[in-house]
Every structure is written in structure tokens, then in C-alpha cells.
Design a protein around this ligand. Structure first.
Ligand code: HEC
Ligand code: HEC
Ligand code: HEC
Ligand code: HEC
Ligand code: HEC
Ligand code: HEC
Ligand code: HEC
Ligand code: HEC
Ligand code: HEC
Length: 423
């Protein structure tokens, strides 16, 4: 009896804390509020459970652990003696426990119409799932990526699977030498990633368009991309580069040799911002690791480099000229459009090199050179006009001066005549 009243009392406190979320009485929660009091903060379960998506949609402890949530009187009746009670859930049991609902489209559709129900089936095909099936308990299961009590919606910025938090979540294990030792996998992915163009964009600049680990590896199906689909993975975001490279003859050569298409030049975790030197034939060249000086690659790379360099230099010259005309007070808005077009052609050419085709790159750069010429010619016309106007102004002020002097003389003469008349 005593026990029951304590339970009910705790339940009241809980109801106050959780408001109307919990419409039915729940013996598990009521008693575990008490059990929690004996535990350290981080081990308290009900506390974490407050923010859990499952309690928000009206589910509770027994929906995962089994047992009888109406047995207020008796721990044994609620848990140990109830045949549905599975107790603490082992890693290997999670697929069944979570999958009971998350693989059931009819059940899940009651909560959300477009919810996915492929997490467990995807997981089983992943590096993690395959290894778990072989008995490796060091791999990630559902709660390693989503937490246990306190599972948040995936679009909650505090969730461990929210884009910005994913690299940390994966690196808990993938940067841990002890945990990864048996698998023989390297543990440098996070260190490389965090300094890459993608890592800096996501982690430092908050650009959630930049890929986290799961954008290249998948969420539940996490596997290393296969060599034949690396370009597809990079191409989900860099579609122009992908389309051009796929049509190039280098694509077939790379595939036949087992090189990851984009990866062979750009790397995977350590992708850097490519410079034009990466394209040329200097020590930073992307081609040199595979090609000798005597290979046609040198000619091609040098040609691309020079095309881009000429566009860059032309653009700087054109820009200076337009600026000069503007400083002299001329209206240059038309020429700014030309500069903009030339800039676009330069950016496009950096992408076009992925065709590895000289004629294609030339034809993409040509409009850029036309725009540069147009801006330079336009500026020259404006600057000539400045000179013409200057000359015009000079002549004009000369005429005015002469006119003023003439008037002055005339006024003097009139004064003189008036004075002589007055006398
Ligand atoms: C009257 C109190 C009481 C009730 C009701 C109760 N529990 Fe417990 N529960 C406990 C205690 C005490 C423990 C043991 C804690 C320990 O020492 O490990 C426990 C342990 C557990 C464990 C861990 C089991 C293990 O094998 O380590 C789970 C899971 C659990 N409870 C879930 C539930 C669920 C689900 C319900 C409702 C169906 C529930 N409890 C109802 C008091 C209660
Ligand atoms: C969404 C499913 C889910 C719900 C809901 C849930 N649990 Fe759990 N619980 C788990 C899983 C999974 C584990 C095993 C965690 C692990 O392996 O670290 C666990 C572990 C536990 C343990 C053992 C803790 C330990 O450290 O060994 C207890 C006790 C427990 N849960 C109690 C509860 C109580 C009480 C509630 C309700 C307030 C609850 N659980 C709600 C999934 C759930
Ligand atoms: C290796 C980490 C990892 C593991 C293991 C994992 N998840 Fe996920 N989960 C994610 C990521 C990452 C997302 C997606 C976040 C996003 O789309 O922005 C996600 C999304 C989800 C979603 C939202 C719907 C969806 O599919 O996008 C559910 C539900 C979910 N996971 C359940 C599970 C279940 C159940 C398991 C165990 C079978 C599991 N997850 C295992 C990382 C993981
Ligand atoms: C009793 C059924 C049930 C069980 C068991 C269950 N879930 Fe859920 N889960 C749900 C429902 C219902 C939602 C809410 C779906 C919604 O509103 O989109 C949900 C939501 C989620 C979400 C958030 C999805 C999103 O779209 O943001 C994640 C992550 C998740 N569950 C993971 C788990 C994990 C991990 C387990 C096992 C430890 C588990 N669930 C066990 C029913 C369940
Ligand atoms: C709980 C620890 C843990 C977490 C968290 C985790 N992993 Fe893993 N992962 C492992 C272990 C251990 C292996 C090695 C399995 C094996 O031995 O084959 C692995 C394997 C992999 C593999 C397969 C590699 C290969 O060559 O076979 C990929 C890819 C992977 N993880 C990606 C991820 C991503 C992406 C995330 C985050 C969304 C993540 N992992 C989170 C522990 C983890
Ligand atoms: C831009 C895409 C991309 C991102 C982001 C990315 N990876 Fe990878 N990852 C790859 C590619 C490509 C491979 C190599 C596949 C191959 O060559 O077989 C790979 C390989 C792996 C492997 C296999 C072992 C290895 O190092 O070769 C693991 C484990 C892994 N990645 C984990 C991660 C983790 C953890 C993160 C986040 C910190 C991450 N990856 C981010 C593309 C990516
Ligand atoms: C989820 C989308 C996404 C995926 C997948 C992706 N990237 Fe990116 N990538 C971006 C974004 C966004 C940026 C721009 C970051 C910034 O500068 O702010 C970027 C930048 C780059 C840059 C630098 C471009 C520049 O001009 O600064 C290169 C090179 C690059 N990615 C190559 C790759 C390669 C190679 C892969 C595959 C292994 C890949 N990306 C996969 C989104 C993606
Ligand atoms: C044979 C080497 C090579 C391969 C293969 C390659 N790239 Fe590049 N990539 C380069 C070079 C060199 C540059 C630098 C061009 C410049 O800025 O002058 C570059 C530049 C880039 C840029 C920045 C310029 C832009 O287009 O915005 C992106 C993004 C990029 N590559 C993505 C990819 C993707 C995605 C793939 C796979 C489909 C790929 N690359 C395959 C050599 C390569
Ligand atoms: C990962 C290694 C690798 C990289 C990096 C690489 N290539 Fe190649 N390339 C090859 C292989 C292999 C062949 C075919 C064998 C041969 O011709 O040497 C080839 C062939 C070529 C060919 C001759 C194709 C034909 O018609 O026979 C050209 C041109 C070429 N590459 C240009 C480049 C340029 C330009 C770069 C740098 C932007 C580059 N490659 C970077 C591996 C590479």
C-alpha cells in the first residue's frame, strides 16, 4: 500500500513535469522516477526520456521494453514476471525492438504519412550490419547514432544525427583506435574531413549543403562508396562535373584501372579547394602523380591552364579599364554586364576541364574572351569621350572667357559714353 501511494505521488510529480503528454497512468514511469533518484544525473532515465520523440507521440517504456504498465503495485508483476518484458535491450536485439514499429508501414503511417520504413533493412546491408551479424559488437547500432532515452527528431539541431553533429557522432568510434583496431580500418577520416573544403563549410560556416559523412556513405546503409559510383556520390551535388567527366574518355580508362573517378584527383575525406596550379604542370599538378612529362596529358593540362590564365588576366585588364572609366564619371553599367559574363565563362571553364576535351574547353571559353574584348573596347570608347569632352570643355571655356572680356569692355565703353553725356 505504501509503495502504491509513493508511486502515485511520483506519478503526480511526473504529470506536472510532463503536462498532458501522458494521458494514461503509466506504472513504469511512475516507479522509475523514484528509481532515478538513486542514480547519477547522466544515468537517470526518465529525465532523458522527457525530450524523447516517442513520449511526445504518446508511446512509453513498455512499448520498447515490454512488461505491464498498469501494474502499479508490484515491480515483479510489472516487469520480471511478465512474459513480454525483455529487460535491458542487447545490441543484437535492437533491430527487432526498433524494427517492430520502424519496419511496419501501417503502424508508422498513423503518425506520419511519408515516413520511411527501410532503416532496418538498409542497416542489414551496411558495413555495420554485416559485421554485427558476424558477432562484432563494436559496430554502431540504432542507439549509437540516435541515443537511447532522449531520441530526438532527426531535424532537431540537438540530435546526434543533425547534419552538423554527424561527423562528431561517427568519429566517436571512427577516430577511436582501440575500437577500430580489430576492423583494421584507418582512424583518420574525421581529422582529414574537418580540414577539407566540405568540413570547413559544414562545421565552421554552417553550410548544411556541404556533405557530412552520411551524405557520401548513406545513413543506415553506411558502406564505403564503390569505385564505380564515387562520381555519382560526388555528382549528387556537383552534377555538371559528373556529367562532363562521365562523357570523357578518361572515365572509361579510370574505371578499367579501378580508380575512383573524382577521388583519384580530389581525394575523399581531404578534398581541398582546387587552385589553377592543381591544373597546370607545376609540383601541385593533379596529373603528375600518374603522368610523365612525355605524356600527352602535359600538353592538355598546359592548354587548359593557359586558357584559364588568359581569361583571368584578360578579366583583370578589362576590370581596370572599366574602373578607370567609372572614376572619370562615365556611366559603365553596360560594361559591368560584360565583366559579369566573362566571370561566368571563367567559372564555367574551370568546370568544363572535366570533359578532358580541348575543343569543348575552347568553345566554352570563347564567349568569355568576347565579353572581355567588349568591356575593353567599351571602356576605350568612354575614355575617348572623356578626352573629347575635355577638349570641348576647353574650347567652350575659352569662348566664354572671350565673351566675358568683350562684355566687360563693352560695359566700360557704355559707362564712358554715359559719363560724357551727363557732363
Ligand atoms: C514498482 C517499481 C517499478 C515498476 C512499476 C517498474 N520498474 Fe523497472 N525497475 C525497477 C527497479 C527497482 C529496477 C532495478 C534497477 C536495478 O537495480 O537494476 C528496474 C529495472 C528495469 C529495467 C532494467 C532491467 C535489467 O535487466 O537491467 C528495465 C528495462 C525496466 N526496469 C523497465 C521497466 C518497464 C518497461 C516497466 C513498466 C512495464 C517498469 N520497469 C516498471 C522498478 C520498477
Ligand atoms: C525507443 C525504445 C525505448 C524506450 C521507449 C525506452 N527504452 Fe529503456 N532502453 C532502450 C534500449 C535500446 C536500451 C539498451 C541501451 C543500451 O544498449 O545502451 C534501454 C535500456 C534501459 C535500461 C537499462 C539501463 C542500463 O544502463 O542498463 C533501463 C533501466 C531502461 N531502459 C528503462 C526504461 C524506462 C524506465 C523507460 C521509460 C521511461 C524506457 N526505458 C523507455 C530502449 C527504450
Ligand atoms: C551509423 C549511424 C546510424 C545508425 C546505426 C542508425 N541510424 Fe537512423 N539515422 C541516421 C542518420 C544520419 C539519419 C538521417 C538524418 C537526416 O536524414 O538528416 C537517420 C534517420 C533515421 C530516422 C528518420 C527517418 C529516416 O530514415 O531518415 C529513423 C526513424 C531512424 N534513423 C531510425 C533508426 C533505426 C530504427 C536504426 C536501427 C535499425 C537506426 N536508425 C540506425 C544514422 C543512423
Ligand atoms: C512502439 C513503436 C516504436 C518503437 C519500438 C520505436 N519507435 Fe522510434 N518512433 C516511433 C514513432 C511512432 C515515431 C514518430 C514518427 C513521426 O512522428 O514521424 C518514432 C520516431 C523515431 C525517430 C525520429 C524520426 C524522425 O523522423 O525524426 C527516431 C530516430 C526513432 N524513432 C528511433 C528509434 C529507435 C532507435 C528505436 C529502438 C531503440 C525506436 N525508435 C523504437 C515508434 C517506435
Ligand atoms: C559505435 C561505434 C560506431 C559508430 C557511432 C559509427 N561506426 Fe562505422 N563502423 C564501426 C566499426 C567498429 C566498423 C568496422 C566493422 C568491421 O569490422 O567490418 C565500422 C564500419 C563502417 C564502414 C565500413 C567500412 C569498410 O570499409 O568496411 C563505414 C562506411 C562506416 N562505418 C561509416 C560510418 C558512418 C558514416 C557513421 C556515422 C553516421 C558511423 N560509421 C558511425 C563503428 C561505428
Ligand atoms: C565527400 C564524400 C565523403 C565524406 C564527406 C566522407 N567520406 Fe568516408 N569515404 C568516401 C570515399 C569516396 C571513400 C573510399 C571508398 C573507396 O575508395 O573504396 C571513403 C571511405 C571511408 C571509410 C573506409 C576506410 C577508409 O578510410 O578508406 C570509412 C570508415 C569512412 N569513409 C568513414 C567516414 C566518416 C566517419 C566520415 C565523416 C567524418 C566520412 N567518411 C566522410 C567519401 C566520403
Ligand atoms: C551533399 C553535397 C556534396 C557532396 C556529396 C559533395 N560535395 Fe563537394 N562541395 C559541396 C559544397 C556545398 C561545396 C562548397 C563549399 C564551400 O566552398 O563553401 C563543395 C566544394 C567542393 C570543392 C571545392 C570547389 C571550389 O571551387 O571551392 C571540390 C573540389 C569538391 N567539393 C569535390 C567533391 C568531391 C570530389 C566529392 C565526392 C568525393 C564531393 N565534392 C561531394 C557539396 C558536396
Ligand atoms: C583527372 C583529374 C580530375 C578528375 C578525375 C576530377 N577532377 Fe575536379 N578538378 C580537377 C582540376 C585540375 C581542377 C581545377 C580546375 C581549376 O580551378 O583550374 C578541378 C576542379 C574541380 C572543382 C572546382 C571547379 C568547379 O567546377 O566548380 C570541382 C567542384 C570538382 N573539380 C569536382 C569534381 C568531381 C565531382 C569529379 C568527379 C565527377 C571530378 N572533379 C573529377 C581535376 C579532376
Ligand atoms: C589516377 C591516375 C591518373 C591521373 C591523376 C590522371 N590520369 Fe590521365 N590517364 C591515366 C591513365 C591510366 C591513362 C591511360 C594510359 C595512358 O595513356 O598512359 C590516362 C590517359 C590520359 C590521356 C590520354 C588519353 C588517350 O587518348 O589515350 C590524357 C590526355 C590524360 N590522361 C590527361 C590527364 C590530365 C590532363 C590529367 C590531370 C588533370 C590526368 N590525365 C590525370 C591516369 C591518370
Amino acid at each position: 500500500m505504501m509503495k502504491k501511494s509513493i508511486c502515485l505521488y511520483s506519478f503526480l510529480i511526473f504529470s506536472l513535469l510532463f503536462g498532458s503528454n501522458l494521458s494514461q497512468e503509466d506504472a513504469c514511469i511512475a516507479c522509475h522516477v523514484e528509481v532515478d533518484q538513486e542514480l547519477d544525473d547522466e544515468d537517470k532515465i526518465v529525465n532523458h526520456f522527457e525530450s524523447d520523440i516517442h513520449i511526445k507521440v504518446g508511446l512509453s517504456c513498455a512499448d520498447c521494453h515490454g512488461g505491464d504498465p498498469n501494474a502499479f503495485d508490484d515491480e515483479d508483476e510489472a516487469m520480471w514476471e511478465n512474459e513480454t518484458f525483455i529487460g535491458a535491450i542487447e545490441k543484437s536485439e535492437q533491430l527487432d525492438v526498433c524494427g517492430k514499429c520502424h519496419s511496419d508501414p501501417l503502424f508508422m503511417r498513423r503518425y506520419s504519412i511519408d515516413v520511411k520504413v527501410d532503416q532496418v533493412s538498409q542497416y542489414k546491408t551496411s558495413g555495420h550490419g554485416i559485421s554485427l551479424a558476424e558477432g562484432n559488437d563494436k559496430v554502431a547500432v540504432c542507439t549509437d547514432c540516435h541515443n537511447v532515452h532522449g531520441i530526438l527528431p532527426v531535424n532537431d539541431p540537438r540530435a546526434p544525427v543533425y547534419a552538423k553533429n554527424i561527423p562528431e557522432t561517427c568519429s566517436k568510434c571512427h577516430s577511436d583506435d582501440t575500437r577500430m583496431f580489430e576492423s583494421g580500418l584507418p582512424t583518420n577520416q574525421f581529422d582529414e574531413y574537418k580540414n577539407s573544403v566540405h568540413g570547413v563549410a559544414l562545421l565552421e560556416n554552417g553550410d548544411i549543403g556541404a556533405p557530412a559523412c552520411n551524405d557520401c556513405h548513406g545513413n543506415h546503409g553506411a558502406t564505403p562508396p564503390y569505385v564505380e559510383n564515387v562520381d555519382q556520390i560526388c555528382g549528387t551535388c556537383h552534377s555538371n562535373n559528373k556529367n562532363l567527366f562521365q562523357k570523357s574518355h578518361l572515365n572509361d580508362i579510370f574505371l578499367s584501372k579501378g580508380f575512383g573517378q573524382c577521388e583519384a584527383c580530389h581525394g575523399n575525406h581531404d578534398v581541398e579547394i582546387p587552385t589553377d596550379e592543381f591544373l597546370g604542370w607545376s609540383s601541385e599538378s593533379a596529373c603528375k602523380p600518374c603522368h610523365e612529362d612525355s605524356h600527352p596529358a602535359k600538353l592538355m593540362a598546359s592548354h587548359f591552364y593557359q586558357t584559364i590564365d588568359s581569361l583571368k588576366i584578360g578579366l583583370i585588364q578589362a576590370h581596370d579599364m572599366v574602373e578607370k572609366a567609372e572614376h572619370k564619371g562615365m556611366i559603365v553599367s553596360e560594361l559591368l554586364f560584360d565583366l559579369e559574363d566573362a566571370k561566368k565563362a571563367l567559372i564555367q571553364t574551370r568546370t568544363n576541364i572535366h570533359s578532358f576535351n580541348n575543343a569543348f574547353v575552347d568553345s566554352g571559353a570563347a564567349p568569355g574572351f568576347v565579353s572581355i574584348q567588349a568591356a575593353i573596347n567599351g571602356s576605350n570608347v568612354l575614355l575617348d569621350e572623356v578626352i573629347y569632352r575635355r577638349k570641348g570643355l576647353l574650347a567652350f571655356s575659352l569662348i566664354i572667357t572671350i565673351f566675358v572680356i568683350a562684355i566687360g569692355l563693352k560695359v566700360k565703353e557704355w559707362k564712358r559714353i554715359r559719363e560724357s553725356e551727363e557732363v
